[in-house]
Write a protein that binds this ligand. Structure first.
Ligand code: ADP
Ligand code: MG
Length: 250
């Protein structure tokens, strides 16, 4: 086992991070830390850089300047260390990206067996526990297409958890769901938050942000414009940008 870092080190730290796509300056001098056990909600208008910010943290996107550390260590550029980072930072997207030809349980055990080198039996045991936890114990042998969108998204969450991540990131996990399925996914996420998982969540679900987050970060045009505990942010937004945004979404 690697040496554990000091528990007081933030799990994630971005310092002076800048990112361009061509001439488009999409992340502007981002300074952000995520403490262990903390739930951060990222909100902001479409195109403000929320997804890009998430993607820099597991190095799905490179950055032009600044530094990012996870668990006190700079992000690795390649190889086994990068694979390790990607398994430490679970990511759940708007579209679930489950393998259509694999059963629910196989989707969940694939990573632990291939990347974490777990035995099939151990991975399946843990996989079934996780399915139980997301309320899908009876769906282990189903194919993704046999599940509703909300059920598929809960499988995607279980799949992320199967890697024992240090951090779970969610990028609009309920945006593609029919309204009646949104809460079953948010409930699973809220349970995770309550159990102490460190989470970064991009969402337009302001009720979830208020209930489950420790801090709301408001991004606009690639910059962090406001940052506050949810009650403070929602009840008393300080900037015109945030007031304007909230008047449209609340
Ligand atoms: P959000 O998630 O807040 O809607 P994004 O991070 O997706 O915002 O996008 C931020 C900006 O970066 C937008 O202007 C978007 O068009 C641009 N962008 C995102 N991904 C790419 C890409 N792969 N190539 C070029 N531009 C991109
Ligand atoms: Mg996005």
């Amino acid at each position: 086992m690697e040496k554990p870092t000091d528990a007081s080190t933030p799990l994630v730290r971005l310092s002076g991070v800048n990112k361009h796509f061509g001439s488009n300056h999409v992340l502007k001098d981002i300074n952000l830390h995520v403490d262990r056990g903390e739930v951060i909600v990222l909100i902001g208008p479409s195109g403000s850089g929320k997804s890009t910010l998430c993607r820099t943290i597991n190095r799905l996107e490179t950055i032009d300047s600044g530094t990012i550390t996870v668990d006190g260590k700079p992000l690795p550029a390649e190889g086994r260390e990068l694979a390790k980072l990607r398994s430490d930072v679970g990511m759940v997207f708007q579209h679930f990206n489950l393998f259509a030809h694999l059963t629910v349980l196989q989707n969940i055990t694939l990573g632990p067996i291939k990347v974490r080198r777990q035995s099939k039996a151990a991975a399946e045991k843990r996989g079934r526990e996780l399915l139980e936890r997301v309320g899908l114990a009876d769906k282990a042998d189903a194919l993704p297409a046999q599940l509703s969108g909300g059920q598929q998204q809960r499988v995607a969450i279980a799949r992320g958890l199967a890697m024992d991540p240090k951090l779970m990131m969610f990028d609009e996990p309920t945006s593609a769901l029919d309204p009646e399925m949104i809460n079953e996914v948010l409930d699973v996420m809220q349970d995770l938050a309550r159990e102490g998982m460190t989470m970064v969540v991009v969402t337009h679900e302001m009720g979830f942000a208020r209930r489950a987050s420790n801090r709301v970060i408001f991004l606009a045009d690639g910059a962090i414009v406001e940052e506050a505990p949810p009650a403070e942010f929602f009840d008393n937004p300080q900037t015109e940008r945030a007031q304007d945004f909230l008047s449209k979404v609340l």
